[in-house]
Design a protein around this ligand. Structure first.
Ligand code: 4NP
Length: 157
C-alpha cells in the first residue's frame, strides 16, 4: 500500500537501539491492530555491522517482553531520506549525521529524536548501551517502549 506511513529508526550500529525501537514500535502497532497503516524499518549510520542480527543482549531483553528481533543490520541509504516519512534518531550524533546527508532543507523536518516522545521529562537521547551492562539494555528497552507509545500518540493514534 503506497499510502502507508513510513517510519525508519536510526542509530549508529543498527544492532542495539534502533532494532530495539523498531521491535517495540512494531509490537505496539500489532497490539493495536494498526499494522496495515505502517511500514517500519531500522538502519545504522555506520554499516559496521552490516548483515548482522541485533546484539545478543538486545535480543534477550526484547524476548523477555515477547518481542523477537529478526532484523538484519543495514547502513542508511541516501534514498531512505526521500522514501521515509519519519526518521527517528537515537542521539545527537545520529541527528547531525542524518541532517548532514540531506540535500534539501525542506526534508529536515522529518528527522526527530525518538526520546522526545518519552512520557517523563528525562533526556531526549537514547543512550548507547553497547559498552554497558545488561541493565543498560533493559533501560533502553523500557525507554523505546515508552517512546513508542508517545510517538504513536503524536501520529494521532
Ligand atoms: P547501536 O549501538 O548504535 O545502538 O546499534 C552500537 C553498536 C555497535 C557500535 C556502536 C554502537 N560499534 O561501534 O560497533
Amino acid at each position: 500500500m503506497e499510502n502507508k506511513i513510513k517510519i525508519l529508526f536510526i542509530c549508529l550500529g543498527n544492532i542495539c537501539r534502533s532494532p530495539a525501537a523498531e521491535g517495540a514500535f512494531r509490537n505496539l502497532v500489532k497490539e493495536r491492530n494498526l499494522e496495515y497503516k505502517f511500514e517500519i524499518d531500522s538502519c545504522g549510520t555506520s554499516g559496521y555491522h552490516d548483515g548482522e542480527l541485533p546484539d545478543p543482549r538486545t535480543r534477550k531483553v526484547a524476548l523477555k517482553r515477547g518481542i523477537e528481533l529478526t532484523h538484519r543490520s543495514r547502513k542508511l541509504r541516501q534514498s531512505d531520506l526521500d522514501n521515509y516519512d519519519y526518521l527517528l534518531v537515537m542521539d545527537d550524533q545520529n541527528f547531525r549525521e542524518v541532517i548532514s546527508l540531506m540535500r534539501e532543507d525542506s526534508v529536515k523536518n522529518k528527522v526527530f529524536k525518538f526520546a522526545k516522545f518519552r512520557s517523563d521529562s528525562g533526556s531526549d537521547i537514547v543512550p548507547d548501551p553497547y559498552y554497558g551492562t545488561e541493565k543498560d539494555f533493559e533501560s533502553v528497552q523500557n525507554l523505546v517502549e515508552d517512546c513508542s507509545i508517545g510517538f504513536l500518540k503524536f501520529l494521532g493514534e
